[in-house]
Design a protein around this ligand. Structure first.
Ligand SMILES: CC(C)(COP(=O)(O)OP(=O)(O)OC[C@H]1O[C@@H](n2cnc3c(N)ncnc32)[C@H](O)[C@@H]1OP(=O)(O)O)[C@@H](O)C(=O)NCCC(=O)NCCS
Length: 180
């Protein structure tokens, strides 16, 4: 399923995207607050994993493409972490650093959140964010999330940001869009 926002097209990933993703995943800034830059092989493995989630019928990770040019700028969609003992579905995102601070991922993450509750009927979604990752925390805040607790995730201190279906239903921005 493809999601659209005023400036982004969020579409399913395909195997060929490895050519577009590899330069992004090799970029230190794109990979901030992660395990570090990926080789092409590591990027291909990541891509296989997220394509596998979609094929298994799980809420998908999506390619974030600029509507104006079609350029693939990063990703914005769902992560699954059962192997880390986390049952909640995560909203995760990374963007080409040349496009930071224009509100693009806020726009994308809100669409993904609405998709989670309206179409996938999830009861809650989370975002896992390093305590020093201010831009990502700000996106989570603008996504209606609040910090629930701190955990250790993949060896790093991590804040669990969350929003429940009830909190989503009560968001002022939803009320505004429904009366329009
Ligand atoms: C996190 C990320 C996806 C955000 O994407 P983005 O499109 O630039 O985000 P937005 O423009 O929608 O929102 C960013 C917000 O952070 C704020 N921000 C950015 N840097 C900041 C800083 N140093 N101090 C305070 N606020 C800051 C911006 O002002 C903006 O908030 P505002 O709308 O209230 O002004 C992008 O920074 C990124 O790819 N970072 C590296 C990867 C990463 O950390 N991913 C998340 C892992 S949990």
């Amino acid at each position: 399923m493809t999601l659209e926002t005023p400036r982004l097209i969020l579409r399913p990933f395909r195997k060929e995207d490895v050519d577009l993703l590899a330069p992004l995943f090799a970029d230190r800034d794109f990979m901030r607050f992660s395990l570090g830059p990926y080789s092409r092989e590591q990027t291909a493995t990541f891509l296989d994993k997220i394509i596998g989630w979609e094929r298994a019928g799980k809420p998908p990770m999506l390619a974030a493409c600029l509507r104006e040019t079609g350029a693939l700028l990063g990703y914005c969609g769902f992560f699954h972490h059962p192997e880390h003992g986390i049952d909640d579905v995560e909203i995760g995102y990374r963007l080409n650093p040349a496009y930071w601070n224009r509100g693009l991922i806020t726009e994308g993450a809100r669409k993904v959140r609405d998709h989670a509750f309206a179409d996938w009927k999830l009861t809650r979604v989370i975002s896992l964010i390093h305590p020093e990752n201010i831009p990502s925390a700000r996106v989570a805040e603008k996504n209606g999330m609040a910090v629930e607790k701190e955990i250790t995730f993949r060896g790093f201190p991590t804040m669990v940001w969350a929003i429940t279906r009830e909190q989503w239903l009560a968001l002022p921005e939803r009320a505004a869009s429904e009366t329009r």
